[in-house]
Ligand binder design. Structure first.
Ligand SMILES: Nc1ncnc2c1ncn2[C@@H]1O[C@H](COP(=O)(O)OP(=O)(O)OP(=O)(O)O)[C@@H](O)[C@H]1O
Ligand SMILES: [Mg+2]
Length: 499
């Protein structure tokens, strides 16, 4: 094919960070009106390649062509000017401004000297309606849920009328309905001749929406295939370079006494939780399913003591832990939150401090001073246990790939040796191979006699990993099923019970 047929071409792109060759001689191209999926394991270099395209990183080597013409992109402003927009994996929004401001900041439409508020509102609303989205353009961004924030960022990318739109894991926190909405808009954009670069770890989604797939492995180009010519197993094999037989490890069978008991728990803040009761035994994994917004995260937050409970009790080994006004950590509960960027990581710190930050007492000398040696030993343990891909322990956490940041958070949590582990969407943004490792870890923890509770929007994951599944519907417990008697249909039916 002659160059001119491509809307965008990136050739021989190399990029090095201290200690890592993030990209080596990578090529990627996009035709007008197509969706190109970019796939690869955590740390393969997908986001880095796109950040080079968007002018966030400077390539060490490589060329970019738009419609066959060479272009130089030194910053995002230039990228937008030549028609490239990007929704980043880790959202960059101004929390205290509203949705409209976040979309138009720095390029407010003007009427004479004044900002044309009406036009901004109208244009924003138009895109929101086109998407069929449920967003209030005047809402302050930090009051929005993760999924709405992500949607707002997609609106922004569309508002630039770009020819190339890069979506880096756009659906990681969208509901199924929102994902359908997004796919509709992607198809519309295709018809208008846009080229879309789509990054996702969700294989079914990629098979559904993409025309071609480019696979990266360890910073190198591995293959570009027509989506219709390959199946998901072939795609996984290209990504991980080995056959991945089962997607789920065998479950633990031994179950002991009840460790965690939640009794008639209610909370008044929205979404309201009503009368939730369940028990989890030592050695057991309880999955929590339901729709986004059903109160799953809120339930974990109540148990962990982050959220006020209006009625009911949480017992750990028979002891009412909410009454004692305790620190959840000391009653043996640990939690990994869903939104790592806001409630999880310390971006300015390196991996060591991010890993040990909630188990500092373990890193002190007898005299009470912090022991760097212990810090590094514990961090190394987490890096090994979670197979965190990083050049050194002193690397800034913000320079790790998204999936590897998630693993650091899990490692932090495990260092506390909790008896009860609460995990909110633990595999969000994590590649297929690493997902398996996290499942194995969860099951190994159960085998050690811990109680594991995890929230997941992926039904196969609930069925494949949990022993029992509790389904939430509109703030209530819609039912608990043994995973063996459960199915995706049964989960969906229960999820809709109180709507
Ligand atoms: N700013 C940075 N400084 C140093 N190293 C970096 C930086 N950004 C990325 N890296 C490294 O480059 C490699 C590629 O990372 P990248 O974020 O591109 O992966 P990815 O394919 O997007 O992974 P994921 O699926 O987890 O998002 C990783 O080894 C990562 O640690
Ligand atoms: Mg990435």
């Amino acid at each position: 094919m002659v160059s001119g047929e491509y809307l965008l071409e990136m050739k021989n792109v190399s990029k090095r960070f201290p200690g890592v060759q993030a990209l080596k001689d990578v090529q990627v191209n996009v035709k007008p009106g197509e969706v190109l999926a970019l796939m690869g394991e955590n740390g393969a270099g997908k986001s880095t390649l796109m950040k080079c395209l968007f002018g966030i990183y400077k390539m060490d080597q490589g060329e970019i062509f738009m419609s066959g013409n060479p272009v130089v992109i030194d910053n995002p402003r230039q990228a937008l000017d030549i028609g490239i927009a990007m929704v980043q994996q880790e959202l960059e929004q101004v929390p205290h401004r509203n949705v409209i401001d976040n979309i138009w900041l720095g390029r407010y439409p003007r009427k004479g000297l004044l900002i044309d508020d009406k036009k901004m509102y109208k244009d924003t609303l138009q895109i929101i309606e086109l998407f069929n989205m449920n967003i209030d353009p005047r809402a302050q961004v930090n009051h929005l849920s993760v999924s709405t924030k992500q949607m707002a960022d997609i609106v922004k990318a569309v508002s630039y009328n770009a020819k190339i739109i890069v979506l880096d894991e756009p659906t990681s926190s969208l509901t199924e309905k929102e994902t359908v909405g997004l796919f509709k808009i992607i198809r519309q954009l295709k018809q208008e001749g846009c080229g879309i670069i789509y990054i996702s770890h969700k294989i079914e989604e990629v098979m559904n929406i993409s025309d071609r797939v480019t696979v990266l492995r360890d910073g190198q180009w591995v293959a570009t295939e027509n989506t219709k010519d390959i199946d998901s197993n072939q795609l996984i094999k290209l990504m991980v370079n080995r056959e991945l037989g089962n997607r789920f490890p065998p479950k633990n069978k031994v179950v002991g006494e009840t460790i965690l008991k939640v009794d008639n728990l209610s909370s008044v803040y929205s979404p309201r939780l009503q009368d939730i009761s369940f028990e989890v035994r030592a050695g057991e994994i309880l999955g929590i399913g339901g729709l986004v917004g059903a109160g799953r995260t809120e339930l974990l937050e109540c148990i962990f003591g982050l959220r006020t409970v209006s009625e009911g009790a949480v017992f750990v080994h028979g002891k009412d832990v909410l009454k004692s006004n305790r620190n959840a950590k000391y009653s043996g509960i640990a939690m990994v939150t869903e939104e790592r960027r806001e409630t999880g990581i310390f971006p300015m710190m390196d991996i060591r401090w991010n890993t040990v930050s909630s188990s500092m007492e373990k890193n002190r000398t007898k005299a009470g001073f912090i022991s760097l040696k212990k810090v590094e030993k514990n961090t190394q343990w987490a890096v090994d246990a979670m197979r965190i891909k990083t050049p050194t322990l002193k690397t800034l956490i913000s320079s790790l790939s998204g999936g590897n940041q998630q693993k650091v958070l899990l490692g932090r949590c495990l260092l506390n040796q909790p008896r009860i582990l609460l995990l909110d969407e633990p595999t969000r943004g994590i590649d297929v191979g690493a997902k398996y490792e996290i499942y194995q870890l969860m099951i190994a923890l159960a085998k050690e006699g811990k109680a594991v509770v995890f929230v997941s929007s992926e039904m196969p994951e609930l069925l494949g990993v949990a022993d029992r599944i509790l389904v939430m519907s509109n703030g209530r417990n819609a039912g608990i099923m043994d995973a063996l008697d459960c199915s995706q249909e049964k989960i969906m039916t229960l999820a809709a019970k109180y709507l």
